[in-house]
Every structure is written in structure tokens, then in C-alpha cells.
Design a binder for this molecule. Structure first.
Ligand SMILES: C[S@@+](CC[C@H](N)C(=O)[O-])C[C@H]1O[C@@H](n2cnc3c(N)ncnc32)[C@H](O)[C@@H]1O
Length: 263
């Protein structure tokens, strides 16, 4: 197992996750996993990078399509408790510039706008952003700037924002650590990230319906990525209300967590 993980250049933990999620050529003989070095290299080289970009492309297409109904759709998956946590943690100041990554139609942007100087709402979906602009206009909100951009490489200078929000965005990103490092770049020194996402789940129907890449996250991984990107004071809060909801099969619903950390 150690040698196989080393061959792929990943930790044992990541390698075990790979064994569960992908069809890696391997056999468990007795209590030990056995691998063929050649089979592992063949498996690696038979992959197709476009298969991954395609799944991200599908998400963009999906969100462009559902943009006008997103506000209603999302209510089935998470409620107002994510917003409430922002105010409970008291992290906003009137002179702040904040960013909302994967802003969608502005669930977070339109909530925080009246409490800060400026919001930069970033999303890969142009339709989501035009929906956000329409709703902000109707609500008399005039301090949201929209930016159609991939969240992994945002066209803003370093140290732009006092707070970066990322609500239900990270599970659409193939390489979360890259997205987290980009958040760190965008934050001012002492600035804070506020991330909301699903706890690790097994709801395949949810994943497919929403074109998700990750089926939620484990707290250990979030901590490891934040620490790896150089964040301090990492805190994770689990929002109980969501865990009690039921999915379509009547099983307990997918819970939501909030992670905050300081640059
Ligand atoms: C589940 S929605 C969440 C929207 C909003 N934050 C909310 O909480 O309602 C995910 C959003 O992330 C956006 N998104 C997905 N991949 C992205 C990427 N690589 N860069 C920027 N935005 C992305 C989608 O277009 C979509 O608007």
C-alpha cells in the first residue's frame, strides 16, 4: 500500500479514497492489498483528462440552464442557516470588500451586500450572474460587482478581499486545494474564508442531479487543505438542522458544515 501510494505521489489516505472511488487494478489477498506496479502505471496512463474537464463543463451548462429557478431549487438542499451563521460569527464590517466565489444567483452576495462596502460575485456561469444582477436590482442593492470567471484563477489582484465566501462551490472543483490556495491569494492578510459545503455523503442521486464532482467533504480533508494552503485558526461547525432533513429515499439528509479560517 505504501509503495503504491508513493508511486502515485499521494498520501495513503488519498490512495485509500481512490481505491474506494475508482476501479484501480488491485486485489485484497488475505488482509493485505496487493498491486502490480505495471498495472498501476498502465491504469494511470489509460486515463483521459478530458473526461474530468467534461464533468466541469457539464456543471457550467447545468447552472446556465437552471439559473432562473436556482433560488427555488436550492431551498430543497440547504436553508437559511448558512446565512444565519455569517451573522452569528459577526465577521462583517461596513468598510469591507468581500468576495462570493461560485456566487450563483446571489444567495450569499445579496445577503451580505447591505452590511459591507462592496461585494465581488464570481461565477463561471454567466446566466447565474445575470440572474444575480436582476435580483439585486429588484432589491435595490447597488454594491455588487459581478465577474464571470473560473474560481481557480480569478482576475483580481492579490489581497483584494477582507472575507471570501464560498457556499456550495467547492464540491464542483476537481482539485479543491487549488481553489483554496486561490482564496488565500485573494484574501488580505488577516482576512477570513467562510466556506459552506456538504458533509461527506453517499447520495448518488444528489451528485448526478446537481453535476457535483465531490460527494461532500470530510472534516479532516478540509482541515488538511486549509492548513496546507497556510491558513490559521481553522474552525468547523456542523449545521444540525440540515442533517435532520430526509432525502428522496427517506434516509437522513446530507448535512452541511461551515469552515472558517484566517490568512
Ligand atoms: C450549488 S451552486 C451554489 C450557488 C450559491 N453560492 C448558493 O449557495 O446558492 C454552485 C455555483 O458554483 C458555480 N461554479 C461551478 N464551478 C465553478 C468554477 N470553476 N468557478 C466559478 N464558479 C463555479 C456554478 O456555476 C454555480 O453557480
Amino acid at each position: 500500500m505504501e509503495e503504491a501510494a508513493e508511486l502515485f505521489g499521494v498520501s495513503i489516505k488519498t490512495f485509500i479514497k481512490l481505491l474506494k472511488e475508482e476501479k484501480v487494478p488491485a486485489r485484497k489477498i488475505g488482509r493485505e492489498w496487493r498491486f502490480s506496479r505495471k498495472a498501476l502505471i498502465d491504469w494511470l496512463s489509460s486515463g483521459d483528462s478530458q473526461a474530468y474537464s467534461a464533468s466541469e463543463g457539464e456543471a457550467k451548462e447545468f447552472f446556465n440552464k437552471v439559473a432562473p429557478e436556482w433560488e427555488e431549487i436550492r431551498k430543497d438542499y440547504y436553508d437559511e442557516s448558512i446565512k444565519n451563521k455569517i451573522f452569528e460569527l459577526d465577521i462583517l464590517e461596513p468598510d469591507m470588500t468581500v468576495m462570493d466565489l461560485g456566487a450563483g444567483s446571489g444567495y450569499i452576495s445579496r445577503t451580505v451586500a447591505p452590511h459591507v462596502k462592496k461585494v465581488i460575485a464570481v461565477d463561471i456561469s454567466g446566466q447565474m450572474l445575470s440572474e444575480l444582477r436582476k435580483k439585486a436590482y429588484e432589491e435595490g442593492i447597488g454594491n455588487i460587482q459581478t465577474l464571470e470567471n473560473d474560481g481557480r484563477d480569478v482576475a483580481v489582484p492579490d489581497s483584494t478581499a477582507d472575507v471570501v465566501f464560498a457556499s456550495m462551490y467547492l464540491h464542483h472543483i476537481e482539485e479543491p486545494l487549488i481553489a483554496i490556495k486561490e482564496i488565500k491569494r485573494i484574501l488580505k492578510s488577516g482576512g477570513r474564508v467562510f466556506l459552506a459545503d456538504y458533509n461527506e455523503h453517499t447520495d448518488m442521486e444528489l451528485k448526478e442531479k446537481m453535476h457535483d464532482i465531490w460527494m461532500g467533504f470530510r472534516q479532516e480533508d478540509i482541515r488538511e487543505w486549509f492548513a496546507g494552503a497556510g491558513f490559521k485558526d481553522i474552525r468547523i461547525y456542523v449545521l444540525d438542522e440540515h442533517s435532520k432533513k430526509q432525502d428522496s429515499a427517506g434516509k437522513p439528509g446530507t448535512g452541511v458544515f461551515i469552515a472558517t479560517a484566517v490568512k
